[in-house]
Write a protein that binds this ligand. Structure first.
Ligand code: GLU
Length: 448
């Protein structure tokens, strides 16, 4: 089956880990089923939407590798929404209302006090022609509500299973504001219909909207798409993530030095039945992906988990991907070198330390007299080149014989002198990469 999905952010801010997860899920769905991934910028709110955010969203998706097949801006499609509004008006399903915000608030309060749900009472439908005229002459501009049909809307949600929403519990939604601008609902339905969207994959904050949108799609003569509402990510303490979005932007993670595969892997695997897992190969990730595996319970965002995943990504990052990224950071390593050190970096820029170990100068460690003598001996016993990954073993075996040392006492001074640190990649891999000349110089310097 060929599918068409859309990611529909409002360009009123930067992409953050919560909404980018929606993008990832949509994109993966098209990778798995073959289809189109549309970026739809919901920019009908002219006051809050900004072109710079629209550009940033496009750039961030590109960096993540989530290339859309098409980009649409709702602000360029207003005519279509006008036509749909007209169709609804003709059918008597979009009606003008004149209540002010204040009047509506009072009504709600009275309803609540009487123990009734605060659902709009459709008073505007009972206005006489004369009353309406009087309001208009007094300068009141109408907002327009969609008359919801009777009964319940049901659908089979790919994440939540069967959902039923009784429309009598909802107010007729306002589709057009008094200033003539469209709220999100109608443009979204019109676009989903026009663009042939087969699946709407989005956060579960939209579940109630879906009931309204299904009703609206039907009266406009369309067939509702399939819906999948994933549970929104929550903060570590279980609170809403939205309050803490300041530092959780895709840009922030990029600046911190995380890899795009980390963000995509995280978004694709967090809140599923399995563990969070690193993927480099997006086809493998797509093959592993199923909407049905998304959990209904909200997952918690944990930055430490994201950082740990980045280390897993780097550990698996092949050199053809790693080398150009290293180069951009001004770090030059060969494939062999990258493969030797990649398990020892949590962020790509940390590879600079290992570049230094392999190509540059390192500060000699402070050694006591005994270790200095040992290191002098080690310099004398360095095998001749060519070196490979058996050299370390041969050298340390010879040293063991000659010095009587073993274990940590045998290995640690060598590691410290050759790399300047107590931890790192296997010495059998590092030693041939450091090379005889550099190794000898470091040993002799430390022995002085
Ligand atoms: N602009 C809406 C939002 O960001 C889109 C929701 C949808 O996917 O329909 O919440």
């Amino acid at each position: 089956m060929s599918v068409t999905v859309r990611f529909a952010p409002s360009p009123t801010g930067h992409l953050h880990i919560g909404n980018v997860r929606t993008a990832v899920l949509n994109w993966l769905f098209t990778r798995k089923h073959v289809g189109r991934f549309i970026l739809r910028l919901d920019d009908t709110d002219a006051e809050r939407s900004r072109e710079e955010y629209a550009q940033a969203i496009i750039e961030d998706l590109e960096w993540l590798g989530l290339q859309p097949d098409a980009v649409f801006r709702q602000s360029e499609r207003l005519e279509l929404y006008e036509q749909a509004a007209e169709q609804l008006k003709q059918a008597g399903l979009l009606y003008p209302c004149y209540e002010t915000e204040q009047e509506l608030a009072l009504k709600r309060k009275a309803q609540l006090m009487a123990g009734r749900p605060p659902v709009y009472d459709r008073a505007a439908l009972r206005l006489t022609e004369a009353a309406r005229k009087a309001l208009e002459e007094a300068g009141r501009k109408p907002h327009w509500r969609f008359m919801l049909p009777e009964g319940a809307i049901t659908w089979e949600d790919a994440v939540r299973g069967p959902v039923e929403i009784d429309l009598s519990t909802l107010s007729d939604p306002v589709l057009i504001r008094a200033d003539g601008s469209f709220l999100y609902t109608l443009p979204s339905v019109v676009d989903d219909k026009e663009m042939g969207i087969t699946h709407v994959i989005r956060g579960d904050d939209h579940v109630v909207n879906t009931a309204v949108q299904i009703a609206l799609t039907r009266v406009l003569g369309g067939v509702p798409p399939q819906f999948a509402h994933h549970a929104l990510l929550r903060a570590k303490d279980g609170g809403p993530l939205s309050k803490r979005l300041g530092s959780l932007g895709v840009r922030d993670f990029r600046e911190k030095g995380l890899e795009p595969e980390t963000i995509v892997s995280y978004c694709a695997t967090v809140g599923t039945s399995g563990p969070v897992k690193a993927f480099i190969d997006m086809d493998a990730l797509a093959a592993d992906f199923a909407l049905e595996r998304l959990s209904r319970a909200p997952a918690r965002f944990d930055e430490d988990e994201l950082l740990a995943l980045n280390a897993d990504v780097l550990h698996a990052l092949p050199c053809e991907k790693a080398l150009p990224r290293l180069e951009k950071l001004g770090i030059s390593l060969s494939c062999e070198e990258w493969e030797a050190i990649r398990a020892n970096v949590g962020l790509l820029r940390e590879a600079a330390d290992w570049e230094q170990v392999l190509h540059g100068e390192i500060a000699p460690p402070e050694l006591d007299e005994e270790d200095r003598a040992y290191v002098r001996l080690a310099a004398e016993l360095l095998p001749d080149e060519p070196w490979d990954d058996t050299t370390w073993k041969a050298w340390t075996n010879a040293l063991k014989q000659a010095s009587g040392r073993k274990g940590k006492a045998l290995f640690m001074p060598l590691r410290l002198v050759l790399t300047g640190r107590a931890h790192g990649p296997e010495m059998s891999k590092l030693l041939p990469l450091i090379g005889r000349e550099r190794a000898k110089a470091r040993l002799e310097k430390a022995a002085d």
